[in-house]
Design a protein around this ligand. Structure first.
Ligand SMILES: Cc1ncc(COP(=O)(O)O)c(C=O)c1O
Length: 365
């Protein structure tokens, strides 16, 4: 293959996604399975979105999508108080990150991020043949922005910040982000991934959109996969200076967001009831896990998202396998450098109870 494929692609490690329910059914012959591994929405999908998607399937399946996602971009722009040409929408946040790298990264570029964060940043960096610099998180699982600033050189094209961070869970405090934006050279773009922003319950969270006017090198990414419950449909976006968006539009596919996703995302934006119900369930689940982990004497990172990163004090791959046999899928984090930690998505009350029961059994606690 070496004679055909780009070396930087062949050198990449395989990505291991959260284990799908279907695979566990096949492997263990069990049917009653709960997936607490991929930070999906346990409340399902907004009923308004489902209605709009069914209507779109019925009436417009034969038509190509609206390339510029005009209705959705317009709604987002109005809601966020930015111009429509500051919004870039693609096939999930993953595709936004990929198209961003495709647009901006050259093989000579350096990209700075944290050592334990969302793997997509490293993925696109290596796919483009650029160099990744990973700076350790602080003890509390926070991005160490002063250390990341020190790692920035004239070759640094982008710094990726994930806030709240996946997989640890905390936000990067407002002051840290503003200090960083003040000091980082304007030749370096700052990509702020806010996939979990809606779940944040912390006044120290920066209003990133309001910073876009001042910092032209800031890109803010969000997704419909989490709080909106549209992970299967694939729709995410970023907000940035219109010139950044214009450049990314040149790299993207002509029809990256299918019609069903556009209709669902647009309708979900009007479903305040579903949004609030999702957040209420999330708050309740967070408290439940905090209480249970305290009872079991397990350490965890403070969560500002829809999941929690817990230190099991044991090989998390073994615990994961034991829990699979009970039909509970969690996410062990050895591949992300945290061999005793696991990430557990907040579920419905009965799912959370079952997860804790299975975990207690696996740990003998
Ligand atoms: C931090 C972070 N960013 C981006 C994404 C991509 O989300 P999606 O491609 O589903 O929009 C995820 C998905 O889990 C994530 O955790």
């Amino acid at each position: 293959m070496k004679q055909y494929a780009r070396e930087c692609i062949l050198n990449r490690k395989d990505y291991i996604p959260g284990k799908p329910i279907e695979e566990v059914q096949k492997e263990f012959g069990i049917t009653d399975i709960i997936k607490m591994a991929s930070n999906e929405n346990p409340m399902g999908t907004s009923p308004k979105a489902i209605e709009a998607m069914i209507e779109e399937v019925k009436t417009n399946s034969c038509r190509y999508p609206v390339s510029l996602c005009t209705e959705l971009a317009g709604k987002l722009a109005k809601r966020l108080g930015v111009a429509e040409n500051q919004i870039y929408i693609d096939n999930g946040g993953d595709a936004v990150i990929t198209m961003y790298g495709l647009t901006f990264f050259n093989p000579d570029d350096e990209i700075v991020t944290a050592d334990t964060t969302f793997p997509a940043y490293e993925n696109i960096t290596t796919k483009m043949g650029a160099t990744i610099k990973k700076i350790p998180l602080t003890q509390g699982g926070y991005f160490d922005l002063p250390a990341m600033l020190k790692a920035v050189t004239e070759k640094t094209k982008t710094v990726f910040i994930c806030s709240p961070n996946n997989p640890t869970g905390p936000i990067t405090p407002k002051k840290d982000i503003i200090d960083f934006l003040d000091k980082v050279p304007s030749s370096t773009l700052v990509f702020l991934d806010e996939a979990y922003i809606d779940f944040v319950d912390n006044e120290d969270c920066v209003d990133s959109i309001s910073l876009l006017g001042k910092y032209k090198n800031l890109v803010v990414m969000r997704t419909f996969s989490k709080v909106m419950g549209l992970a299967a449909l694939r729709c995410g976006y970023c907000v940035a200076d219109s010139e950044i968006v214009r450049a990314m539009m040149k790299a993207r596919e002509p029809f990256p967001v299918n019609r069903i996703a556009q209709a669902g995302a647009s309708a979900a934006l009007d479903d305040a009831e579903f949004y609030e119900k999702t957040l209420a369930n999330n708050r309740e689940a967070k408290k439940y896990y905090y209480d249970e982990f305290d009872r079991m004497g397990l350490k965890y990172y403070p969560s500002e998202s829809n999941f929690i990163c817990v230190d099991l004090g044991a090989d998390s791959e073994e615990v994961f396998n034991a829990m699979l046999r009970n039909g509970v899928i969690i996410r062990p984090l050895a591949s992300q450098g945290l061999p005793t930690c696991a990430r557990i998505t907040f579920g419905l009350p009965e799912e959370n109870k079952r997860t804790i029961a299975s975990l207690s059994k696996a740990l003998g606690k």
